[in-house]
Design a binder for this molecule. Structure first.
Ligand code: NDP
Ligand code: 8X3
Length: 250
């Protein structure tokens, strides 16, 4: 049976690569983000392979999240796979120098936005008696690094929510698991450093970072295991990386 995946943050990076990988493998798509031109382009491109529906909303706005999900047409009303991926770091500052706006953004998007989307879709999955939720955490959700403070807190929260979801949804037929990447070259650092291209590029210089396609491939592996298999928590780093602060750069 053809499945449908709902991917937040599908306009770039890991979410976009996952959408492409899923489309190639015949999974229908609901793609979310705020950049309409990118959503339109994805619908045009991936619509040649599978059915694609796009939803433009800011994940911070709980009313918009609910309205968008309530507006899903009948053919997209069964969501089999939810990829809770939308998120970013905003800033890299000590706790004493951090910006309140950056802290709000990270907690509102990475934590509360993930909860709003989950809250809207979980009842449908419970009614279906099946579903698969993949929460995109981070190595930043497993350890804290200098100046990572609030971003790390947001990803530690994703780690806790992932565990909590798995506990509370046990017995409903819904699988819950997290994929926690280390350094992946996407628009992540451009957002973190507010468009400072040189600073962003420098993060990935001198070693081979993960590509978003590497994570998409892993997510596809996770969602294609037999139903009795649930990959609960997966950490993946570039070979050159040993921890958030230990990266073998040439
Ligand atoms: P990108 O910046 O490339 O993608 C982020 C995505 O999130 C975009 O599609 C963006 O869409 C969406 N997004 C951001 N803010 C909002 C918002 N307010 N409302 C709706 N959508 C939003 O980064 P990545 O692909 O790297 O990041 C994806 C996930 O992976 C994040 O959760 C990140 O924390 C995590 N991660 C990334 C790692 C890395 O090294 N890159 C490592 C570990 C985890 P739009 O702007 O169109 O709204
Ligand atoms: C992204 C990885 O190390 O920049 O979550 O926090 S890191």
């Amino acid at each position: 049976m053809t499945k449908t995946a709902f991917i937040t943050g599908a306009t770039s990076g890991i979410g976009k690569s996952t959408a492409i990988h899923f489309a190639i493998n015949g999974i229908n798509l609901v793609l979310c983000g705020r950049r309409q031109d990118r959503l339109d382009a994805l619908k045009e491109e991936l619509g040649k392979e599978v059915q694609v529906h796009i939803l433009n909303f800011d994940i911070r706005d709980k009313e918009s999240v609910k309205e968008a999900i309530d507006s899903l047409p009948k053919e997209f009303s069964q969501i089999d796979i939810l990829i809770n991926n939308a998120g970013n770091a905003h800033g890299l500052d000590t706790i004493q120098d951090g910006s309140l706006d950056d802290w709000d953004a990270m907690l509102d998007i990475n934590v509360k936005g993930l909860l709003y989307v989950s809250k809207a879709l979980i009842p449908k999955m419970i009614a279906q008696k099946c579903g698969h939720i993949i929460n995109i955490g981070s190595t930043a959700g497993k350890e804290v690094y200098p100046k990572g403070n609030v971003y790390c807190a947001s990803k530690h929260a994703v780690d806790a929510i992932n565990q909590g979801m798995r506990i509370d949804l046990n017995g409903t037929g819904i699988r819950v698991g997290a994929v926690n990447p280390g350094l992946v070259e996407t628009e992540f650092s451009n957002v973190r450093f507010k468009g400072d291209e040189d600073r962003a590029e420098n993060v990935y210089k001198g070693f081979q970072p993960l590509k978003p396609e590497d994570i998409a491939d892993i997510i596809y592996f996770v969602v294609t295991r037999p139903y009795h298999v649930n990959i609960a928590d997966l950490v993946v780093m570039p070979t050159a990386q040993a921890s958030s602060t230990i990266v073998n750069k040439s």
